[in-house]
Design a protein around this ligand. Structure first.
Ligand code: S3P
Length: 449
């Protein structure tokens, strides 16, 4: 991915956030739909694909590995797969840009193929830990060609005959679970992944839908996911619901700005992703799930959020996996609440697109919020209002940029983020959609609204 010039962006106090809108497709499901389509026999038609930088990088990668990909119209893609074990070595390195999900899931795919592949990424991705997937994948037969490397760039060789394994996840990570299950599709025997703490289950749901031989049961040490390989997947239609992690920014804007009433249609409400909504309800937020239904094997709903007075709460550590990407925006909302919010069990935040624990704390402090950061916890002392006026360093992290832009919609003074370009990794239409619902954002070259 070529580095682009940083683009600072400033948000200003808004008078109301209103409308009935859609957010783009879920990032986790979009990556997986492209990857499963590439491994399946026949055509997989996907609607609602998130066309963001991260997902497009995965689309280019599966095409480079031999799958057919075609974009029919906005969000409408067809993938023609090569069958289990049928992908081929690419001509060039796979460039995964900023995407940890794309990288880790594709490492699982590669581990199950007799091919040699180099993976590269941007500055942020090149610092993120890959050992968590390399350890189980090496047990299955993956080789790392430059011994000792644990970060991108990585050159790896997959196994001609990957071994089935039994593996207990040492960290609550859906990416690690998914990488193992993807490699297991090509192995001969039963692979068991034991999850002491449940994490998002889109891989399991999609594998079931594509016809894999997968079962999930409760064992003494947690959830046991068993996959019998080798097994062919059969291409099928997939519809991707709206991303709750993107909806979170719009919901926060509606809760914080007075006179707001916003409905976001067709949002994924899988309970392994909705820890933020649960937390917001405890904080006193006026947020309602309407028309809860099932679509394409996942629960979806329309979410209505109205201006609310929030109060501080303690967010338990065991809730972290179900809201792991939502802590920056929760911390922003906590700053406007009355009373203290304590967020526990946040160690994983340190290895996201940036060290989100310290970067969130710094961004809050730069805008006059009293905050305390521990080794795996964050305490925000909400005062009901936020002075703002700061410039936040976003460290190539899309979610930090969006969270602090939302802060400026309700703070006393505008809030600037040093670089808004990374927002395109997950939410390319963010600025337009925010403007549509009443947000005021301006770049330095534009006149102040
Ligand atoms: C994801 C899992 C989470 C999350 C990421 C997407 C996925 O990462 O933070 O944005 O699609 O599996 P971890 O598995 O590292 O927790």
């Amino acid at each position: 991915m070529t580095a682009v010039e940083p683009q600072p962006l400033t948000s200003h106090r808004a008078t109301s956030i209103t409308g009935r809108v859609h957010v783009p497709g879920d990032k986790s499901i979009s990556h997986r739909a492209l990857i499963f389509g590439a491994l399946a026999i026949g055509r997989t038609e996907i609607s609602g694909v998130l066309e963001s930088e991260d997902v497009l990088a995965t689309g280019r990668a599966v095409a480079a590995l031999g799958a057919g990909t075609a974009r029919l119209s906005d969000g409408q893609w067809v993938v023609t797969g090569c069958g289990t074990g049928g992908l081929a070595a690419p001509d060039q390195a796979l460039d995964l840009g900023n995407s940890g999900t794309g990288t880790r899931l594709l490492l699982g795919v590669i581990a199950g193929h007799d091919i040699t592949v180099t993976l590269v990424g941007d500055e942020s991705l090149s610092q993120r830990p890959m050992q968590r997937v390399l350890t189980p994948l090496q047990q299955m037969g993956l080789e790392i060609l430059e011994t000792g490397r644990t970060t991108l760039p990585l050159t790896v060789r997959g196994a001609a005959q990957p071994l089935p394994i039994t593996y207990t996840l040492p960290v609550a990570s859906a990416q690690v679970k998914s990488a193992i299950l993807l490699a297991a599709l090509m192995s001969d025997g039963i692979t068991t992944v034991i999850e002491p703490e449940p994490t998002r289950d889109h891989t399991e749901r999609l594998m079931q839908a594509f016809g894999a031989n997968i079962t999930v049961s409760q064992g003494p040490a947690g959830q046991e996911i068993q996959l019998a390989g080798p097994h062919e997947l059969v291409g099928r239609p997939i519809s991707v619901p709206g991303d709750p992690s993107s909806a979170a920014f719009l919901i926060a804007a509606a809760l914080l700005v007075p006179n707001s009433d916003l409905t976001i249609e067709n949002v994924l409400v899988n309970t392994l992703r909705t820890g933020l909504f649960e937390t917001l309800q405890e904080m006193g937020a006026d947020i309602t799930l309407l028309n809860v239904r099932e679509d394409g094997g996942e629960p979806v709903a329309d979410i209505r959020a109205r201006s609310s007075k929030l109060k501080g709460v303690t967010v338990p550590a065991e809730r972290a996996p179900s809201m792991i990407d939502e802590y920056p925006i929760l911390a922003v909302m906590a700053a406007f609440a009355s009373g203290t919010t304590k967020m526990l069990g946040l160690a994983e935040l340190k290895v996201k697109e940036s060290d989100r624990l310290s970067a969130t704390a710094s961004g809050l402090a730069d805008n006059g919020v009293s905050v305390e950061v521990g080794d795996d916890c964050l305490t925000v002392r909400g005062m009901g209002t936020v002075p703002g006026g700061g410039t936040v360093t976003t460290h190539l992290d899309h979610r930090l940029a969006m969270a602090f832009l939302v802060m400026g919609l309700a703070s006393d003074n505008p809030v600037t983020v040093d670089d808004a370009t990374m927002i395109a990794t997950s939410f390319p239409d963010f600025q337009d959609l925010m403007a549509e619902i009443g947000a005021k954002l301006s770049s330095r070259t534009e006149a102040q609204p």
